[in-house]
Design a protein. Structure first.
Length: 464
């Protein structure tokens, strides 16, 4: 018979203890027994039980002490208190101390079976809800957004500030910087979290299909429209709609979007009925919309309407200090999903990751590390596990025949390149560069002087 659960039975009457334990085992439960407070305490300390059944009177000792100990050390274990001297006060006290139920002896078989069944079912539901919440938080919450760079810290603060407002949000940044992830985090941290989050890639659909996708259509609206379709705006009623690649929207679509943004109402394609929705809009683009407005490719009034709050995501090359964090995060993620055991990166491999410019940003890094884990043969990722294009600029390895070099000298070249990349990414702003590298400004100044790093126009002046 399949074991239905692990139970601990605690009773000072050894005859009752033995017969009740035997009956419970016949019902398919695995049962351990204890006759004293000390034995019960030792059992709980040694093992995690699904349920403990505890007699209130344990000779001269109090079963409530064991209840308190169990709730403190094993809060996941449900407890049912048993007594031959039942009273309302005792029952209330048991529940107040955290017991799931309170039963009076002599026990009726069906009553006990039902109480155990309810306790184990509640424990299962709580565990399932806990796991589900953890999965949702991992996938959609802030927990999956990695970075300690000062720019990312400001973004975290902004997300917390705007998540629960109705304001339209525009997320900008290069491709692969995680705009969809930020949009999901905003939704998950808002009061709309229990309603739908609907994502639409505007650039993936032609105009006529995009209009139908967003607003829906009535039967016969166009060739192939054999039935009525509910649009994404309606599906996101009460929740959030995320429009990615908004810069690709045609002039006609921009007019329709402007109306929805202003009035939160629309008609289906081919229909006359007006729908009004309570939908929060988040939009994203990797283009410079102000430039698109100047060139006449994007409506100025729509730009002003969507640019209420702008969250600008930095590229990876602008936050070099976050690269080790991101790399370790993706490594753990891939290892968990694939079952492979890879412990980390060699120093050369990590230096190569930090030197690379990452035109595809976070998405590209995730793909590179997934490839390295799946195709690698070693327990640690080295240069040979990375794509050749990524390691092309790696410093040549020291030839043993040339003799040993001081460690400081050997490390200066990669260190110089990393600092130079950070300086260039931050426009030679030393305060921002120090923050990106995770060091203080004094340390940065000393390293720049030692490595002969000068801002280009200053270096030219010195040479003249």
């Amino acid at each position: 018979m399949k074991t239905q659960g692990n139970l601990l039975l605690v009773d000072d009457d050894r005859q009752v203890l033995s017969s009740m334990a035997q009956w419970l085992r016949e019902q398919g439960y695995k049962v351990d027994t204890a006759a004293t407070l000390a034995e019960g305490t030792l059992a709980i300390d040694r093992k995690a039980y699904d349920l403990a059944l505890i007699d209130i009177r344990l000779n001269d000792e109090d079963g409530f002490d064991l209840l308190v100990h169990s709730r403190r050390t094993r809060p996941e274990t449900s407890v049912i208190m048993l007594t031959g001297y039942g009273s309302v006060e005792s029952a209330v006290e048991a529940i107040r101390q955290g017991a799931f139920d309170f039963l009076t002896k002599p026990l009726i078989d069906e009553e006990l079976k039902m109480a155990i069944h309810r306790a184990l079912n509640q424990r299962k539901v709580i565990e399932e809800n806990k796991n589900l919440k953890a999965q949702l938080d991992l996938r959609f919450g802030m927990e999956n957004i990695i970075g300690h760079d000062h720019r990312m810290l400001k973004i975290y603060d902004m997300i917390d500030s705007v998540a629960d407002t109705r304001a339209t949000i525009l997320i900008t940044g290069e491709s692969g910087t995680g705009k969809s992830m930020i949009a999901r985090a905003i939704h998950r941290r808002s009061g709309r979290r229990d309603n739908a989050f609907v994502e639409v890639a505007c650039g993936a659909l032609p105009e006529n299909l995009l209009e139908s996708e967003l607003f829906g259509h009535v039967a016969g609206a166009f060739t192939g429209a054999v039935g009525e379709k509910m649009g994404k705006f309606k599906l996101a009623d009460g929740g959030t709609i995320f429009l990615d690649e908004i810069a690709t929207a045609s002039p006609g679509m921009q007019v329709k979007l402007l109306r929805v943004l202003q009035d939160l109402e629309f008609e289906q394609v081919g229909g006359t009925k007006t729908f009004k929705v309570d939908t929060r809009l988040i939009l994203a683009t990797n283009e410079d919309l102000s430039k698109a407005v100047a060139e006449g490719r994007f409506r100025q009034d729509l730009f002003y309407r969507i640019n209420v709050i702008n969250i600008e995501l930095p590229s990876i090359r602008e936050r070099i200090a976050d690269i080790p964090l991101l790399a370790e995060h993706f490594l753990c993620q891939v290892c968990t999903e694939s079952g492979k055991n890879v412990s980390g990166f060699t120093d050369d491999a990590m230096a190569a990751l930090q030197r690379f410019r990452w035109p595809g940003n976070v998405r590209e890094m995730q793909n590179v590390i997934e490839r390295a884990v799946l195709l690698g043969k070693n327990s640690i990722i080295g240069l040979d596990d990375l794509p050749s294009g990524l390691t092309a600029d790696a410093p040549a390895r020291l030839d043993a025949s040339s003799g040993p070099r001081p460690l400081k000298e050997a490390m200066s070249n990669p260190e110089r390149q990393i600092i130079l990349n950070a300086l260039e990414a931050n426009g030679w702003n030393r305060h921002l560069t120090a923050a990106a590298l995770g060091i203080n400004r004094t340390t940065l100044y000393k390293k720049m002087k030692r490595l002969k790093l000068e801002e280009p126009h200053l270096a030219g002046r010195a040479g003249g």
